[in-house]
Design a protein around this ligand. Structure first.
Ligand SMILES: Nc1ncnc2c1ncn2[C@@H]1O[C@H](COP(=O)(O)OP(=O)(O)O)[C@@H](O)[C@H]1O
Ligand SMILES: [Mg+2]
Length: 268
């Protein structure tokens, strides 16, 4: 069986600047895969590229969904194929109620989740929110929760969640974990984008991202350790290459000499 999502050597430029290059990433059906990286490393751009937003066209490589090249598909074709993105900054919709938004998300899907049920799963009291408008009166955190509820209602095949824990009144990791497991139980794989190691670690596999590249893919605890040791307060300016001594030398103040694999010299 082909991977659900297979990104091969993907490159992306915006405004003449190379944002992503040589990105390889594979997500299997039913898998939770986290992409862990600091701010500005290209995580959101990668999600926008997979979703097919305008201005986010591949400059190199391929993206396959269920074995089919999706480069020529519009954003709505990709949504119909089952790809969805919960935004880091969810949009506001004037004149659309929470009930409308969640009903539309589940529209036409068999085994749809009722808006009430979807809200309860993200820790929101349905009676307090169903008739609220999706406008600026909702806090950022409330809009993030509603966005996750809409992903639940939508029954996607691939749910990309961009920093689901961001925002002031944000969801706890336990709640996000529960929501993600519900999404998976309902038949989707999850691409979990985060800059928090402890959130990344709820995944089945993880990839560390920096400078528009995937540096390493592996078990979440291993990737979390890599991030903690090399990325969390890294001295370089967002342009590392794994195994590059020039990069890792910048980190040498942390202790023992780093090994060629970049795995040595870990902080306690
Ligand atoms: N239109 C653009 N023109 C030039 N650079 C951009 C543009 N959009 C994003 N970038 C740059 O791309 C990099 C990756 O951004 P982003 O994908 O938002 O990172 P992350 O989500 O990891 O914080 C950042 O350095 C950002 O400044
Ligand atoms: Mg981002």
């Amino acid at each position: 069986m082909p991977a659900l999502l297979r990104i091969e050597g993907a490159g992306l430029s915006r405004g003449g600047v190379e944002i992503l290059s040589g990105v390889d990433l594979e997500i299997q059906s039913g898998e939770i895969h986290s992409v862990l990286g600091r701010n500005g490393t290209g995580k959101t751009s990668l999600a926008c590229l997979v979703m097919g937003l305008s201005g986010y066209e591949l400059t190199q490589g391929r993206i396959l969904f269920n074995g089919k090249d999706i480069a020529a598909l519009s954003i709505s074709d990709r949504a119909r194929a089952g790809i969805t993105l919960a935004w880091q900054e969810p949009p506001r919709f004037e004149g659309v109620s929470v009930q409308d938004y969640l009903s539309l998300s589940g529209d036409g899907k068999p085994d749809r989740l009722e808006p009430r049920e979807a809200l309860a799963l993200v820790g929101m009291e349905p009676d307090l929110y169903l008739n609220r408008m999706l406008d600026e009166d909702l806090s950022g955190g409330e809009r993030k929760r509603i966005e996750l509820a809409s992903v639940l209602a939508m029954r996607p095949r691939l749910a990309m969640l961009d920093e689901p824990d961001s925002g002031i009144d944000s969801l706890s990791i336990d709640t996000i974990d529960k929501v993600i497991r519900t999404i998976v139980k309902r038949g989707a794989a999850v691409l979990l984008i985060t800059h928090r190691e402890n959130l990344a670690e709820i995944a089945d596999r993880a990839s560390a991202m920096c400078g528009g590249k995937i540096l390493k893919t592996g078990q979440p605890d291993e990737i979390g350790r890599f991030f903690r040791n090399h990325c969390e307060d890294c001295a370089h300016i967002n342009a590392p290459v794994e195994n590059d001594y020039r990069v890792f030398n910048a980190l040498a103040f942390r202790g023992p000499t780093l090994s060629p694999s970049g795995e040595g010299g870990e902080r306690k």
